[in-house]
Design a protein around this ligand. Structure first.
Ligand SMILES: CC(C)(COP(=O)(O)OP(=O)(O)OC[C@H]1O[C@@H](n2cnc3c(N)ncnc32)[C@H](O)[C@@H]1OP(=O)(O)O)[C@@H](O)C(=O)NCCC(=O)NCCS
Length: 208
């Protein structure tokens, strides 16, 4: 992956045959949710995350207690996006979130559990920005692969992860994840997506 490709995701320059193109001339990159700030999740975010999950109508809604544990114990690998306080719309709640953790039995892997973006913040690059920031976190410095599971029917999620992989120059490998039987017989199968190897130089992602 070229340094320019990294910069593109980081909101810098991208490549084209005639050389780097300034960000202002690339609508798809310059629309990357610029007014939203990203930070690691804290205990107080659990309720808002659960609300976003519920509102999505797509994600499995887990208990508030589960989100509380994630934010409290794994907050350093979970992210939220919000408007700065005092800005218009700041009271509308979180714009988006990403939950992930480092599975102890899989060194070098970060598992992305759920990503959700509020209706009003969608299709502006926020989910991709959350993934970018995730791989720039110090906790993921030794992480070489992102894994997640996605149902075949979730086109937006498939596009999100494949597009992110393309943008950072990583491959995507599919595998059996959790079958319908694993999931109790009624839930659509969750296929495993493995993205990597991740770029060695994460510096462009730290400030996303
Ligand atoms: C999936 C979701 C997180 C995407 O958030 P977002 O901020 O709108 O996504 P982005 O703007 O970063 O777009 C990422 C890529 O996905 C594509 N995409 C986003 N929404 C899409 C949709 N509804 N259908 C098809 N592609 C879609 C974008 O075009 C983009 O690809 P590109 O850069 O190649 O054009 C959001 O739609 C959501 O919260 N959905 C409900 C919850 C969910 O399904 N979460 C994922 C599973 S954990």
């Amino acid at each position: 992956m070229s340094f320019q490709a990294l910069q593109a995701l980081a909101g810098g320059l991208s490549t084209d045959r005639s050389g780097p193109v300034p960000i202002a001339q690339q609508p798809h990159l310059s629309q990357q949710s610029p007014s939203l700030a990203l930070r690691c999740a804290a205990k107080a975010d659990a309720g808002e995350i659960e609300r976003l999950v519920r509102d999505s109508g797509v994600l499995d809604v887990n208990s508030l207690y589960a989100y509380l544990l994630l934010c409290d114990h794994f907050g350093q690998t979970c992210l939220v996006a919000e408007r700065a306080s005092g800005e218009p719309g700041a009271a509308d709640g979180l714009a988006g979130f990403l939950t992930s953790y480092l599975p102890p039995a899989k060194p070098g892997v970060a598992f992305v559990w759920q990503v959700g973006v509020a209706d009003w913040a969608r299709k502006q690059g926020l989910a991709k920005r959350l993934l970018g920031r995730l791989i720039g976190l110090p906790e993921l410095a030794e992480t070489r692969y992102l894994e997640t599971t996605i149902t075949d029917s979730n086109l937006a999620s498939r596009r999100l992860f494949t597009s992110f992989a393309e943008q950072i120059g990583a491959s995507v490998r599919n595998d059996t994840g959790y079958t319908t039987a694993d999931l109790g017989g009624e839930h659509e199968a969750e296929k495993l997506y493995r993205i990597g190897p991740l770029p060695a130089d994460r510096s462009p992602f730290k400030e996303l």
